[in-house]
Structure formats: C-alpha cells, structure tokens
Ligand binder design. Structure first.
Ligand code: CP
Length: 327
C-alpha cells in the first residue's frame, strides 16, 4: 500500500499510481464506516483549506466544507468574483498568500483552455497542496467517487461494461472534465469502457490515446461508438450525461442547431431495457431532468445517483486527510 501523500497536489488522478488510488479508496471506505458509526475523525484539527470557486457548485463545495469540518478543520469559501482576482490579481500572488495563511487550497475553474492552466499555475507557487475541484479537463474528485460507488455495488469491477454516453441538455454548456476523468480512470481498473456520442462531441485525441494505453496496460478496453443503443446493450453501468462540444466548437452558446438535432440522445426506460437486468444508472449531478434523462429512470430502481453523490464527501475527506495530514 502506497501511503506517501503529504504535501502533494491533486490535479488529475493521472498523477497518482493505481496503488495510490487504491489507498485513497481504502481511506474513503474507512472514513465512510467511521462516519456511519459516529466515530470522530479529527485528522486535520486546526487546519484551514481555502475553497476558490469561479463557478457554481452544490456537491463539491459542500462535500469539502462539511468534510473538513468533520476532520476537525475549517474551510474558507471564496467566491472568486469577490476576490482581488476580479481586479486582475495573479494566480501566483493568490497562491503564495493563501498558502501562508493555511494548509490547503482547492479551486474550481472550468473556463475552457484556462481552468487547468490556472490551477497548475497556482500549484507551482503554492507551498500547500492544491486540489482541483473541477477544471476544463479534469474532475478527479468526481471520478474517484464514481469508482468508489462502482466498487461498492459490484465488488470487482474488472471486465464490467461501463458506458459513458453523451446526453442532450440545455441547462448550460458543461465541461468535458467528467467524461475525460472517467475514460482515463476506469480502464486502469480493467473495465470495458464504451464511449458514445454524436459526431461533434469528441473528447481530445490525447485523451483517447491515453485511455487506450491504460486499457492495454490493465486488461480493460475502450470502444468508441456513435450508436447510442450499442452503448446501452449489455451494459453493467450506464452514465448518460451531457458535455459541451468544446473540442470542435469553442462558442459559449448553450443551444444551437447542432445541439437541437441531438435531442433524441436521452436516457429512457426503453433504452435501459437493452442493458443487463441489474444495470445501474449513474450521473455526477446536477442532471437536466427531462432532457438528459427521464424522471422514471433517475428516480427508478436502477438509479444509484444519491449513493454516488454521497461518496463525494467520503472521497473528499480521504484526499484532504492524505494530502494535508498524515506523515
Ligand atoms: N458533480 C458535481 O461536481 O456537482 P457540483 O457541480 O454541484 O459541485
């Protein structure tokens, strides 16, 4: 078991070996059990983490805020529109100052071709761990919670078919970071990943190359299809979720003719019938109900979205404990 995490940044799970990710999961399960039993876990007493948000959040913000409180520490929530960043203060100056004040910095910045660069620049200048709360490319906390949830439900996830399926939504032009993080992580655990989307919603070529390499090294596989039914057929897990067409179209416009032509990419009860009888429906949330998915599916017997969301707090606590505490 690899246990040396203290002081490291958490920007993408690619920076961690599989053995290290196993440790994060092991600590997550331990913290979940202790939370259930009311056992106190004051692993980060008197520590402060700064949570910088350039965008809205429900799960990520509250899993980090509640999580650090349950570890004995404190979170400062920072809406970046109220920071001097809004007047142009640099990532470097912000990182140096906040790291002198506390013990960790976590940032959500999903702006296309900016977010990951911003968080990486903060990490270069921070003397405390910098954690990625979602950028334009990665959402490592979400992918870790997803893997934890699949392990909880399935035990051994090797050779299980997990389908990451694009879905129609009009709520906002969502980042690609969730499917990118999933397609890069699940093949490392030997899963058979099916990535399905209409033409125009490609993920970057380097993501596909890296995912294929992870699959080859770990006994998994990656199939890409533009046929939605192929993705549902015989799947153990389906993750139908919208992402924006950022790779092919950098416009901020949420709805356009290309999107409207793909309205039929919706998770329905009929499509779920193509999957294995025990298929599980997952979604990082928030879901665009009625567009991405029928209520009867997300509220139905195959849905595990609330267990998935709950695991955000256990994984958040594990990552903070390992990076900010420990040896
Ligand atoms: N899944 C997720 O990151 O949710 P929030 O946007 O609410 O944080």
């Amino acid at each position: 078991m690899q246990t040396v995490f203290r002081g490291r940044h958490f920007i993408t799970l690619k920076d961690f070996t599989k053995e290290e990710i196993d440790t994060m999961l092991d600590v997550s399960f331990d913290l979940k059990r202790k939370f259930a039993m009311g056992i106190k876990t004051p692993y980060l007493e008197y520590q402060t983490i700064f949570l910088m948000f350039f965008e809205q959040s429900t799960r990520t913000r509250n899993s980090m805020e509640a999580g650090i409180a349950q570890l004995g520490g404190h979170a400062n929530f920072l809406d970046t529109s109220n920071m001097q960043i809004a007047h142009g203060e640099s990532a470097k100056d912000t990182a140096v100052i906040l790291s002198r004040f506390g013990h960790g910095i976590a940032v959500r910045n999903c702006f296309w071709e900016q977010g990951n660069k911003y968080i990486t620049e903060m990490a270069q200048h921070s003397s405390v761990p910098v954690m990625n709360l979602q950028c334009d490319l990665y959402h490592p906390f979400q992918a870790l919670a997803d893997l934890m949830t699949m392990q909880e439900k399935l035990g051994d996830v090797r050779k299980k078919k997990v389908s990451i399926i694009w879905a129609y939504a009009t709520s906002h032009k969502k980042p690609i970071s969730v499917p990118v993080s999933q397609v890069l992580l699940f093949p490392r655990y030997g899963m058979d990943v099916c990535l399905a989307y209409p033409k125009g919603w490609e993920l970057p070529d380097w993501v596909i190359e890296e995912a294929r390499k992870f699959a080859e090294e770990n006994g998994g596989s990656l199939t890409i299809t533009h046929d939605e039914e192929e993705a549902y057929r015989d799947a153990d897990i389906v993750i139908p979720k919208n992402w924006g067409s950022w790779v092919t179209n950098q416009s901020d416009a949420v709805v356009d003719d290309a999107l409207e032509a793909q309205k039929h990419w919706k998770c329905t009860e009929e499509k779920m019938k193509l999957a294995k009888p025990h298929v599980m429906y997952m979604h990082a949330l928030p879901a665009d109900r009625g567009n991405e998915v029928e209520d009867s599916v997300i509220d139905g017997p195959h849905s595990i979205v609330y267990d998935e969301a709950e695991n955000r707090i256990h994984t958040a606590k594990a990552v903070m404990t390992l990076l900010m505490g420990g040896k």
